[in-house]
Design a protein around this ligand. Structure first.
Ligand code: SF4
Ligand code: SF4
Ligand code: FES
Length: 361
């Protein structure tokens, strides 16, 4: 992670004390990073380790010996000899007060970071809903990303993700004061903006204000879904994600990205991996090979029969018209090994270079 001030962290070792425990840290690290390494969990809301810290939400304030005021652990650099306390009565009082304000201001969505903090500090999770929701974009006609302004705490994780990770700056903070909200430039639909529909803003949102439109009506049930880790089969990159499955209905309800650092895609996905999972349970999905019968109609068959038929017809065509009358097209949804075998079949078995697969595009 970048140094809070944007400088490159050096490797100078420093020693600090967190909650009475000696911690070795590197100059340039933040208090939050040093605390995480020894298993001390400081609550955060606007923090995402992939993004430059802003210290916007004040959730992570702790007591530090270099300041009379409490400091944000997510952007306060370690300094040799610091003594830090993360859970004093003063800190807890601040967090309860802050969470009370958030809870009074927004609709708290089950299963979110915000709700977890509210539970941790013993506030009533059933606090009354917000009575003055922020402005929103109810008319946005995109089918994928839904913004629910009544649950937004304006932490700007989504806009910073869009800017710093996705690098398209499709969304931004708009308006001022209590009217501050998330919007596109000129308030156009996401579809008319630079948005690439990666859905990363949904994953990073700590309050559920951003959600996949298709599954939004089931948001209250998200905590009960079963995550199934799998590898995307749309291209050769091999991103991993979690299918969130309603086990009782055997249905994929949505796709979420693993936490940053857990998989090679580092918590990021593209539009296909994120939203194009409808084929999994589609009623017209092919589940068996098909061959044409004598009347030309497609009929279901077994793999041996289908492969024998394909081999016989390929051989017949090559014998009649030559190997270059054939073309082999495989798919980026196959593994590298499978694609290798298809080109082997094409070149070695039939003697033609007419082979291609769409991951090459
Ligand atoms: S879906 Fe991706 S590109 Fe679109 S607004 Fe969200 S983060 Fe930005
Ligand atoms: S939509 Fe979510 S991530 Fe974006 S500012 Fe609001 S609470 Fe933060
Ligand atoms: S997480 Fe540190 S200020 Fe928001």
């Amino acid at each position: 992670m970048a140094h809070p001030d944007g400088n490159r962290a050096d490797d100078k070792a420093v020693s600090i004390v967190i909650d009475g425990r000696q911690v070795n840290a590197r100059a340039g690290e933040t208090l939050l990073q040093a605390a995480e390494r020894i298993g001390v969990t400081i609550p955060t809301l606007c923090h995402d380790e992939r993004l430059a810290p802003t210290g916007a939400c004040r959730m992570c304030l702790v007591e530090s010996s270099d300041s009379r005021r409490m400091v944000p652990a997510c952007r306060h650099p370690v300094v040799d000899g610091l003594v830090v306390q993360t859970e004093t009565e003063r800190v807890a009082r601040h967090r309860r007060g802050l969470l009370s304000l958030y809870a009074a201001d927004v609709d708290v969505v089950p299963g979110t970071e915000l709700q977890a903090h509210i539970r941790r500090y013993g506030l009533d999770p059933g606090l009354p809903a917000a009575n003055a929701p922020r402005a929103g974009r109810p008319d946005d006609d995109n089918r994928y990303v839904l913004f629910q302004p009544e649950s937004c705490i304006v932490c700007a994780r989504c806009t910073r993700y869009c800017d710093e990770i996705e690098a398209v700056s499709a969304i931004t903070l708009a308006h001022r004061g209590s009217q501050t909200t998330i919007a596109t430039v000129d308030d156009v639909s996401l579809l008319d903006s630079t948005c690439e529909l990666c859905g990363g803003c949904i994953d990073t949102c700590p309050t559920g204000a951003l959600v996949e439109r298709k599954s939004a009506h089931r948001q209250a049930t998200f905590p009960a879904l079963k995550p199934v880790r799998t590898t995307c089969n749309y291209c050769g990159v091999g991103c991993q994600f979690d299918l969130q499955v309603d086990a009782a209905a055997n249905e994929v309800v949505r796709v979420t990205s693993p936490a940053p650092g857990e998989t090679t895609n580092d918590g990021n996905l593209c539009v296909k991996g994120r939203f194009a999972y409808g084929f999994i349970g589609h009623p017209e999905r092919l589940t068996t090979p098909l061959i044409r019968d004598e009347a030309g109609e497609l009929v279901a068959t077994d793999w041996d029969t289908a492969l024998d038929r394909a081999a016989a017809l390929l051989q017949k065509t090559a014998a009649r018209h030559g190997a270059n009358s054939l073309g082999f097209i495989s798919s980026s949804r196959c593994t590298n090994e499978e694609n290798y075998l298809v080109q082997k079949l094409s070149r070695a078995a039939f003697g033609t270079n007419n082979c291609h697969q769409c991951a090459a595009t």
